[in-house]
Design a protein around this ligand. Structure first.
Ligand SMILES: Nc1ncnc2c1ncn2[C@@H]1O[C@H](COP(=O)(O)OP(=O)(O)OP(=O)(O)O)[C@@H](O)[C@H]1O
Ligand SMILES: [Mg+2]
Length: 233
């Protein structure tokens, strides 16, 4: 049996007295993209932040290549865990090129993924459009030879054309380099385009694991999980 690149077992996380994750278990193999779906407030971002080491109160196991992933966020990043969260990923006062150099990357490597960014390499990252920033942040995460990349709402605020570019880049790099990807997604049709599998979160656990080919056919079940939870509260 292959060891998953990323695995969480019984992940529990809380903000103060408020328990958000209640034993969330999932796994992502090399070259797989798992879409994390669930209603607003279900705990999707919390799951990514807990894996990346940004949440203080976390219990359960997080394994990278079968070994416990622990410690401060920078240590987890060095172990091969990339995180892309909207609006927080780049240094706004550095140029695009310097944002890449800071991670020991050749700025030109970015152009292999998004050649259209060539005229933007010497522009301050803070002066890029939201979509361009997202492209740089995603490319930078993919280029750092990560074992796993955690993406929070990859296409948020992107035009359809830009969203397609970014999604396709993630799919291609994941396949080519065998990168495991855990991608929070709000929309089933984007999940269906990007993901090999999906995990639907409610009540702080994964309620349903699906393969991509089951996603659209079982959309009603996914909706019931969203609604069922909403009616409980
Ligand atoms: N820093 C925080 N302190 C306290 N509560 C928080 C904090 N961050 C998130 N929460 C709460 O935890 C719950 C889960 O939030 P989370 O951001 O993980 O949800 P989500 O599934 O990503 O939602 P969305 O789809 O809206 O982004 C929410 O009820 C939210 O209000
Ligand atoms: Mg979120």
């Amino acid at each position: 049996m292959t060891t998953p690149v990323l695995e969480t077992r019984g992940l529990r996380a809380a903000y103060g007295h408020r328990q958000i994750l209640n034993g969330l278990s999932l796994s992502v193999n090399a070259g797989e993209i798992v879409a994390l779906l669930g209603r607003n407030g279900a705990g999707k971002s919390t799951t990514l932040l807990a894996i990346a080491g940004f949440i203080a109160d976390v219990k359960g196991d997080i394994l990278l290549d079968g070994r416990p992933l622990t410690g401060a966020p920078h240590r987890r990043a060095r172990s091969g865990t990339g995180l892309v969260i909207k609006g927080r990923s780049l240094f706004a006062s550095l140029t695009v090129a310097d944002n890449l150099r800071l991670c020991d990357l050749d700025p030109r490597a970015l152009l292999a993924i998004f050649p259209e960014l060539e005229p933007r390499l010497d522009v301050l990252a803070g002066q890029l459009s939201g979509g361009e920033q997202q492209m740089v942040a995603v490319a930078r995460a993919l280029l750092r030879r990560p074992r796993v990349v955690l993406l929070d709402e990859l296409t948020f605020g992107l035009s359809p054309a830009m969203a397609r570019r970014v999604v396709d880049a993630v799919v291609e790099q994941s396949r080519r380099e065998g990168i495991a990807v855990l991608a929070v997604e709000q929309h089933i049709h984007i999940a269906e385009r990007i993901a090999t599998h999906a995990a639907i979160v409610a009540d702080g656990v994964v309620k349903l694991h699906l393969r991509r080919d089951e996603l659209l056919a079982r959309a009603h079940e996914i909706e019931e999980i969203y609604l069922g939870h909403a009616l409980d509260v």
